[in-house]
Design a protein around this ligand. Structure first.
Ligand code: SAH
Length: 231
């Protein structure tokens, strides 16, 4: 039977999941905690990585290589770039890029390193499941590019750069590194984010105010998806 990884970056992003799943078994590994559990008859493994691309890569790799997960769903919060996205709105990534990866001094485009790609696409069948879940529950789900970098963006200048360079709709700090890992290891993956802030001057305050509520919106949607994934 398949094993589904559900990953967040921060405790707040996985706590709403841990409240709803059953038969939890906690394992400490690599300075982190992994929670094997079941939900509606499906085997899942839940973990939060800690913030940023390096920790997220480590956790995604462990979920796949040590725990044997064969699909990965990321749930969390993000800053909005697209003005149509308001706090609490949901966005799924069609593809993800690293906005802070920069060897442009050698003539390469932003986000590109040799033998890599600027954008990595998420799994279409998981996106289709998400769209069906949204439709069934009357929820609006935006689809677009999510840009990832090791910085909390709270500046319209940086946001405008990311928007014009990558045509990104939202930004966060983990998704694209998880994409690199899953793409390399051939594991279908999916990234969902609920908006916590607009990556502008007020981003820090908004983030603190809306982290918990937005993280919960994302986690609840992910659990609905797990129900619809074929075992
Ligand atoms: N308040 C936290 C730090 C949060 S960093 C602390 O003090 O520990 C922001 C987290 O939310 C990251 O995991 C990132 O993926 C996401 N995120 C939300 N809004 C963001 C923004 N404007 N810029 C970058 N990441 C953002």
């Amino acid at each position: 039977m398949s094993k589904i990884a559900i990953m967040g970056a921060m405790p707040e992003e996985i706590e709403p999941l841990l409240e709803k799943v059953e038969n939890i078994k906690k394992t400490e590994y690599g300075k982190n905690s992994y929670y094997e559990a079941t939900y509606r008859g499906k085997n899942i493994v839940i973990a939060y990585s800690k913030i940023g691309k390096v920790f997220a890569s480590l956790t995604a790799t462990i979920l796949i290589e040590k725990f044997g997960c064969d699909r990965l769903l990321f749930s969390g919060v993000a800053g909005a770039i697209n003005p149509d996205l308001n706090i609490g709105d949901l966005i799924i990534a069609d593809a993800l890029c690293q906005h802070d990866l920069d060897i442009t001094a050698f003539g390469h485009p932003h986000g590109f390193v040799p033998e890599g790609e600027v954008c990595i696409a998420t799994d279409k069948s998981l996106r289709d499941i998400a769209k069906k879940v949204a439709e069934k529950n009357g929820l609006i789900l935006k689809e677009g590019i999510i840009a990832t970098g090791d910085q909390f963006v709270a500046s319209t200048d940086r946001k405008d750069f990311i928007s014009s360079t990558f045509q990104a709709d939202a930004l966060e700090m983990e998704g694209a590194s998880v994409a690199v890992v899953c793409d390399a290891l051939n594991v279908p993956f999916f990234v969902l984010r609920a908006i916590s802030d607009s990556a502008n001057d007020e981003a820090g305050m908004d983030f603190d105010a809306f982290l918990e509520s937005s993280a919960k919106i994302s986690a609840e949607f992910i659990l609905n998806m797990v129900e619809s994934i074929e075992p």
